[in-house]
Design a protein around this ligand. Structure first.
Ligand SMILES: C[S@@+](CC[C@H](N)C(=O)[O-])C[C@H]1O[C@@H](n2cnc3c(N)ncnc32)[C@H](O)[C@@H]1O
Length: 306
Protein backbone atom coordinates (compact mmCIF):
# COMPACT_ATOMS: atom_id res chain seq x y z
CA UNK A 1 0.00 0.00 0.00
CA UNK A 2 1.26 3.47 -0.79
CA UNK A 3 0.30 6.71 0.90
CA UNK A 4 1.06 10.15 -0.50
CA UNK A 5 3.05 12.45 1.76
CA UNK A 6 3.83 15.72 0.06
CA UNK A 7 5.66 14.89 -3.16
CA UNK A 8 6.98 11.55 -1.94
CA UNK A 9 5.37 8.14 -2.13
CA UNK A 10 6.59 5.75 0.51
CA UNK A 11 5.52 2.23 1.32
CA UNK A 12 3.68 1.45 4.51
CA UNK A 13 4.86 -1.85 5.93
CA UNK A 14 2.16 -4.52 5.56
CA UNK A 15 1.22 -6.19 8.83
CA UNK A 16 2.79 -9.66 8.84
CA UNK A 17 0.38 -12.35 7.74
CA UNK A 18 0.71 -15.56 9.67
CA UNK A 19 -0.91 -18.95 9.20
CA UNK A 20 -1.23 -21.63 11.86
CA UNK A 21 -2.27 -25.06 10.66
CA UNK A 22 -4.02 -27.39 13.12
CA UNK A 23 -4.27 -24.99 16.08
CA UNK A 24 -6.12 -27.52 18.27
CA UNK A 25 -7.42 -25.74 21.37
CA UNK A 26 -5.92 -22.43 20.17
CA UNK A 27 -3.72 -21.69 23.16
CA UNK A 28 -0.59 -21.17 21.02
CA UNK A 29 -2.57 -18.98 18.61
CA UNK A 30 -3.80 -16.87 21.53
CA UNK A 31 -0.26 -16.59 22.81
CA UNK A 32 1.23 -15.30 19.54
CA UNK A 33 -1.73 -12.94 19.09
CA UNK A 34 -0.95 -11.43 22.49
CA UNK A 35 2.80 -11.30 21.84
CA UNK A 36 2.43 -9.73 18.38
CA UNK A 37 -0.80 -7.71 18.27
CA UNK A 38 0.14 -6.30 14.84
CA UNK A 39 0.14 -9.76 13.21
CA UNK A 40 -2.81 -10.81 11.08
CA UNK A 41 -3.26 -14.44 12.00
CA UNK A 42 -5.26 -17.04 10.09
CA UNK A 43 -5.85 -20.27 11.99
CA UNK A 44 -6.94 -23.35 10.05
CA UNK A 45 -8.32 -26.39 11.82
CA UNK A 46 -10.15 -29.41 10.51
CA UNK A 47 -11.81 -30.46 13.77
CA UNK A 48 -15.11 -28.71 14.54
CA UNK A 49 -14.75 -29.36 18.28
CA UNK A 50 -11.31 -27.72 18.32
CA UNK A 51 -12.60 -24.73 16.35
CA UNK A 52 -15.40 -24.24 18.88
CA UNK A 53 -13.01 -24.50 21.83
CA UNK A 54 -10.51 -22.10 20.30
CA UNK A 55 -13.19 -19.55 19.36
CA UNK A 56 -14.43 -19.66 22.96
CA UNK A 57 -10.88 -19.01 24.15
CA UNK A 58 -10.36 -16.07 21.76
CA UNK A 59 -13.66 -14.54 22.88
CA UNK A 60 -12.89 -14.96 26.58
CA UNK A 61 -9.39 -13.56 26.16
CA UNK A 62 -10.52 -10.62 24.01
CA UNK A 63 -8.37 -11.63 21.03
CA UNK A 64 -9.58 -10.02 17.83
CA UNK A 65 -6.64 -10.43 15.44
CA UNK A 66 -7.21 -14.11 14.67
CA UNK A 67 -9.37 -15.26 11.77
CA UNK A 68 -10.43 -18.89 11.81
CA UNK A 69 -11.17 -21.24 8.97
CA UNK A 70 -12.80 -24.57 9.77
CA UNK A 71 -11.48 -26.93 7.12
CA UNK A 72 -8.45 -28.39 5.49
CA UNK A 73 -5.09 -26.63 5.27
CA UNK A 74 -4.51 -27.24 1.54
CA UNK A 75 -7.92 -25.83 0.67
CA UNK A 76 -7.37 -22.75 2.87
CA UNK A 77 -3.94 -22.13 1.43
CA UNK A 78 -5.24 -22.34 -2.09
CA UNK A 79 -8.44 -20.37 -1.71
CA UNK A 80 -7.98 -17.98 1.21
CA UNK A 81 -4.34 -16.98 1.04
CA UNK A 82 -3.10 -14.50 -1.55
CA UNK A 83 0.05 -15.34 -3.52
CA UNK A 84 3.32 -14.30 -1.79
CA UNK A 85 1.48 -12.95 1.22
CA UNK A 86 2.49 -15.12 4.17
CA UNK A 87 5.38 -14.26 6.42
CA UNK A 88 5.25 -17.41 8.50
CA UNK A 89 3.39 -20.70 8.89
CA UNK A 90 3.30 -22.55 12.20
CA UNK A 91 2.71 -26.29 12.30
CA UNK A 92 2.83 -27.55 15.88
CA UNK A 93 2.53 -31.27 16.51
CA UNK A 94 0.90 -32.28 13.23
CA UNK A 95 -0.84 -35.65 13.21
CA UNK A 96 2.10 -38.03 12.63
CA UNK A 97 0.24 -40.85 10.82
CA UNK A 98 2.89 -43.31 12.06
CA UNK A 99 1.84 -46.37 10.02
CA UNK A 100 3.57 -46.65 6.63
CA UNK A 101 0.26 -47.26 4.87
CA UNK A 102 -1.14 -43.97 6.23
CA UNK A 103 1.82 -41.74 5.38
CA UNK A 104 0.01 -40.31 2.37
CA UNK A 105 -2.14 -38.43 4.92
CA UNK A 106 0.80 -36.49 6.28
CA UNK A 107 0.54 -32.76 5.72
CA UNK A 108 4.17 -31.91 5.04
CA UNK A 109 4.78 -33.59 1.71
CA UNK A 110 6.70 -32.21 -1.25
CA UNK A 111 3.56 -31.21 -3.16
CA UNK A 112 2.41 -29.21 -0.13
CA UNK A 113 5.82 -27.52 0.13
CA UNK A 114 5.82 -26.61 -3.55
CA UNK A 115 2.38 -25.10 -3.30
CA UNK A 116 3.20 -23.34 -0.07
CA UNK A 117 6.10 -21.63 -1.89
CA UNK A 118 3.53 -19.79 -4.04
CA UNK A 119 1.76 -18.35 -0.99
CA UNK A 120 4.82 -17.40 1.08
CA UNK A 121 6.38 -13.97 0.71
CA UNK A 122 10.05 -13.83 -0.20
CA UNK A 123 12.03 -15.29 2.69
CA UNK A 124 8.82 -16.54 4.32
CA UNK A 125 9.08 -19.67 6.43
CA UNK A 126 7.32 -22.68 7.85
CA UNK A 127 8.16 -23.67 11.43
CA UNK A 128 7.56 -27.27 12.39
CA UNK A 129 7.62 -28.53 15.97
CA UNK A 130 6.93 -32.17 16.74
CA UNK A 131 7.66 -34.96 19.19
CA UNK A 132 7.73 -37.46 16.33
CA UNK A 133 11.27 -38.02 15.12
CA UNK A 134 10.21 -40.04 12.10
CA UNK A 135 7.80 -37.33 10.91
CA UNK A 136 10.47 -34.69 11.53
CA UNK A 137 12.90 -36.59 9.27
CA UNK A 138 10.16 -37.29 6.74
CA UNK A 139 9.25 -33.58 6.56
CA UNK A 140 12.91 -32.63 6.06
CA UNK A 141 13.28 -35.15 3.23
CA UNK A 142 10.07 -33.87 1.61
CA UNK A 143 11.09 -30.23 2.08
CA UNK A 144 14.47 -30.91 0.42
CA UNK A 145 12.83 -32.89 -2.38
CA UNK A 146 10.53 -29.94 -3.07
CA UNK A 147 13.66 -28.00 -4.12
CA UNK A 148 12.12 -24.68 -3.09
CA UNK A 149 13.11 -24.46 0.60
CA UNK A 150 16.27 -24.00 2.64
CA UNK A 151 16.26 -26.07 5.76
CA UNK A 152 17.57 -25.53 9.29
CA UNK A 153 16.99 -27.63 12.39
CA UNK A 154 17.60 -25.48 15.49
CA UNK A 155 16.21 -26.59 18.86
CA UNK A 156 12.54 -25.72 19.33
CA UNK A 157 11.92 -22.27 20.84
CA UNK A 158 10.59 -22.65 24.38
CA UNK A 159 7.32 -20.92 23.62
CA UNK A 160 6.50 -23.57 20.97
CA UNK A 161 6.52 -26.10 23.78
CA UNK A 162 3.47 -24.65 25.48
CA UNK A 163 0.77 -26.06 23.19
CA UNK A 164 -1.68 -28.61 24.57
CA UNK A 165 0.18 -31.47 22.91
CA UNK A 166 3.61 -30.14 23.90
CA UNK A 167 2.54 -30.10 27.55
CA UNK A 168 1.10 -33.60 27.24
CA UNK A 169 4.29 -35.01 25.71
CA UNK A 170 6.51 -33.04 28.11
CA UNK A 171 4.74 -34.75 30.99
CA UNK A 172 5.71 -38.08 29.39
CA UNK A 173 9.34 -36.98 29.05
CA UNK A 174 9.38 -37.05 25.26
CA UNK A 175 11.97 -35.24 23.13
CA UNK A 176 11.04 -32.45 20.78
CA UNK A 177 12.19 -31.70 17.25
CA UNK A 178 12.07 -28.49 15.28
CA UNK A 179 12.69 -27.44 11.67
CA UNK A 180 12.59 -24.15 9.82
CA UNK A 181 11.81 -24.34 6.11
CA UNK A 182 12.66 -20.99 4.49
CA UNK A 183 11.41 -20.23 1.00
CA UNK A 184 14.30 -20.20 -1.46
CA UNK A 185 12.43 -20.38 -4.76
CA UNK A 186 8.88 -20.57 -6.02
CA UNK A 187 7.02 -23.32 -7.83
CA UNK A 188 6.08 -21.76 -11.20
CA UNK A 189 3.01 -23.99 -11.63
CA UNK A 190 -0.11 -21.84 -11.36
CA UNK A 191 -2.32 -22.76 -8.41
CA UNK A 192 -5.31 -20.46 -8.74
CA UNK A 193 -8.26 -20.66 -6.32
CA UNK A 194 -10.80 -23.35 -7.20
CA UNK A 195 -13.30 -22.03 -9.74
CA UNK A 196 -16.80 -21.61 -8.30
CA UNK A 197 -20.04 -21.70 -10.23
CA UNK A 198 -23.60 -20.49 -9.68
CA UNK A 199 -25.65 -23.15 -7.88
CA UNK A 200 -26.52 -25.70 -10.59
CA UNK A 201 -30.18 -26.68 -10.88
CA UNK A 202 -32.84 -27.74 -13.39
CA UNK A 203 -36.62 -27.92 -13.71
CA UNK A 204 -38.14 -31.03 -15.17
CA UNK A 205 -41.63 -31.87 -16.38
CA UNK A 206 -43.23 -35.21 -15.63
CA UNK A 207 -43.88 -37.15 -12.49
CA UNK A 208 -41.17 -38.41 -10.25
CA UNK A 209 -41.25 -42.19 -10.15
CA UNK A 210 -41.34 -44.03 -6.83
CA UNK A 211 -37.89 -45.45 -6.38
CA UNK A 212 -37.70 -49.00 -5.10
CA UNK A 213 -33.92 -49.13 -5.35
CA UNK A 214 -31.07 -46.82 -6.19
CA UNK A 215 -27.76 -48.11 -7.37
CA UNK A 216 -24.64 -46.36 -6.08
CA UNK A 217 -23.09 -44.50 -8.99
CA UNK A 218 -19.52 -43.32 -9.43
CA UNK A 219 -18.87 -40.48 -11.85
CA UNK A 220 -15.30 -39.67 -12.77
CA UNK A 221 -14.56 -36.29 -14.26
CA UNK A 222 -11.43 -34.31 -15.11
CA UNK A 223 -11.09 -32.76 -11.62
CA UNK A 224 -12.12 -35.69 -9.40
CA UNK A 225 -14.89 -38.13 -8.56
CA UNK A 226 -18.53 -37.74 -7.56
CA UNK A 227 -20.32 -40.66 -5.95
CA UNK A 228 -24.10 -40.76 -5.57
CA UNK A 229 -24.40 -43.12 -2.65
CA UNK A 230 -28.09 -43.52 -1.96
CA UNK A 231 -31.52 -42.00 -2.38
CA UNK A 232 -33.81 -41.21 0.56
CA UNK A 233 -37.45 -40.28 0.33
CA UNK A 234 -38.41 -36.99 2.02
CA UNK A 235 -41.38 -37.02 4.39
CA UNK A 236 -42.68 -33.62 3.29
CA UNK A 237 -46.28 -33.60 1.92
CA UNK A 238 -45.07 -32.80 -1.61
CA UNK A 239 -42.64 -35.72 -1.57
CA UNK A 240 -39.32 -35.95 -3.36
CA UNK A 241 -35.92 -37.53 -2.82
CA UNK A 242 -32.57 -36.60 -1.38
CA UNK A 243 -29.51 -38.05 -3.04
CA UNK A 244 -26.54 -38.36 -0.73
CA UNK A 245 -23.43 -37.49 -2.73
CA UNK A 246 -19.76 -37.67 -1.84
CA UNK A 247 -17.61 -35.47 -4.03
CA UNK A 248 -13.83 -35.52 -4.06
CA UNK A 249 -11.96 -32.81 -5.91
CA UNK A 250 -8.43 -31.52 -5.67
CA UNK A 251 -8.03 -30.00 -2.17
CA UNK A 252 -11.73 -30.47 -1.36
CA UNK A 253 -13.96 -33.29 -0.18
CA UNK A 254 -17.67 -32.58 0.25
CA UNK A 255 -20.73 -34.56 1.26
CA UNK A 256 -23.63 -32.89 -0.48
CA UNK A 257 -27.36 -33.58 -0.42
CA UNK A 258 -28.83 -33.23 -3.89
CA UNK A 259 -32.59 -33.05 -4.10
CA UNK A 260 -35.38 -33.72 -6.57
CA UNK A 261 -38.66 -32.25 -5.30
CA UNK A 262 -41.91 -31.11 -6.86
CA UNK A 263 -42.24 -27.32 -6.97
CA UNK A 264 -44.82 -24.90 -8.42
CA UNK A 265 -42.80 -24.80 -11.66
CA UNK A 266 -42.05 -28.50 -12.07
CA UNK A 267 -39.66 -30.96 -10.54
CA UNK A 268 -36.76 -29.02 -9.04
CA UNK A 269 -33.39 -30.77 -9.15
CA UNK A 270 -30.45 -29.14 -7.43
CA UNK A 271 -28.55 -28.82 -4.19
CA UNK A 272 -30.52 -29.41 -0.99
CA UNK A 273 -30.44 -26.94 1.90
CA UNK A 274 -28.11 -28.85 4.13
CA UNK A 275 -24.62 -28.00 5.37
CA UNK A 276 -22.65 -25.40 3.50
CA UNK A 277 -21.88 -26.89 0.10
CA UNK A 278 -19.53 -25.07 -2.24
CA UNK A 279 -20.74 -25.00 -5.80
CA UNK A 280 -17.74 -26.54 -7.54
CA UNK A 281 -17.20 -28.40 -10.80
CA UNK A 282 -17.82 -31.68 -8.96
CA UNK A 283 -21.20 -30.55 -7.61
CA UNK A 284 -22.14 -29.46 -11.11
CA UNK A 285 -21.19 -32.86 -12.51
CA UNK A 286 -23.32 -34.61 -9.86
CA UNK A 287 -26.39 -32.44 -10.58
CA UNK A 288 -25.90 -32.93 -14.31
CA UNK A 289 -25.75 -36.69 -13.84
CA UNK A 290 -28.90 -36.70 -11.69
CA UNK A 291 -30.82 -34.67 -14.26
CA UNK A 292 -29.70 -37.07 -17.02
CA UNK A 293 -30.72 -40.05 -14.88
CA UNK A 294 -34.19 -38.57 -14.33
CA UNK A 295 -34.48 -37.96 -18.07
CA UNK A 296 -33.79 -41.65 -18.42
CA UNK A 297 -36.79 -42.24 -16.11
CA UNK A 298 -39.02 -40.41 -18.61
CA UNK A 299 -38.91 -36.81 -17.31
CA UNK A 300 -38.18 -33.88 -19.63
CA UNK A 301 -35.93 -30.93 -18.87
CA UNK A 302 -37.74 -27.59 -19.24
CA UNK A 303 -35.00 -25.41 -17.86
CA UNK A 304 -31.44 -26.03 -16.82
CA UNK A 305 -28.91 -23.78 -15.19
CA UNK A 306 -25.39 -25.24 -15.24
C1 LIG B 1 -1.94 -33.43 17.27
S1 LIG B 1 -3.01 -32.09 17.11
C2 LIG B 1 -2.03 -30.68 17.60
C3 LIG B 1 -2.86 -29.51 18.02
C4 LIG B 1 -2.08 -28.27 18.46
N1 LIG B 1 -1.27 -27.73 17.39
C5 LIG B 1 -1.23 -28.59 19.66
O1 LIG B 1 0.00 -28.63 19.50
O2 LIG B 1 -1.79 -28.78 20.74
C6 LIG B 1 -3.10 -31.88 15.33
C7 LIG B 1 -4.20 -30.93 14.93
O3 LIG B 1 -4.15 -30.71 13.54
C8 LIG B 1 -5.47 -30.74 13.00
N2 LIG B 1 -5.33 -31.11 11.59
C9 LIG B 1 -4.90 -32.28 11.09
N3 LIG B 1 -4.84 -32.25 9.75
C10 LIG B 1 -5.23 -31.01 9.38
C11 LIG B 1 -5.39 -30.37 8.12
N4 LIG B 1 -5.10 -31.01 6.98
N5 LIG B 1 -5.83 -29.09 8.09
C12 LIG B 1 -6.13 -28.45 9.25
N6 LIG B 1 -6.00 -29.01 10.47
C13 LIG B 1 -5.55 -30.26 10.55
C14 LIG B 1 -6.18 -31.78 13.87
O4 LIG B 1 -7.58 -31.63 13.85
C15 LIG B 1 -5.59 -31.47 15.22
O5 LIG B 1 -6.32 -30.49 15.93
Amino acid sequence: MLIRAGATDFPLPMPPRILEVGFGDGRFTAQIARMYPEWQILGVEISAGSVARALGRFRREGIGSVRVYHGEAGFALRNLVAPRSLRRVYVNFPDPWPKAKHQANRLLQRAFFRRLSTRLAEGGELLLTTDHEDYWKFAQAEGRASEVFHLETPPPPDFHLTTKYALKWKAQGRRFYHAVFRKAAEDPTPWPPLPRYPMPHALLAGSLPTLETFEKTVIRFAGGTAVLLEATRTLTPEGGYYFHSHIEEEDLVQDVLLEARPSAHGLYVGIGRFGAPLSTAGVRVAVEWLVGWLEGQGLQVVQRSY
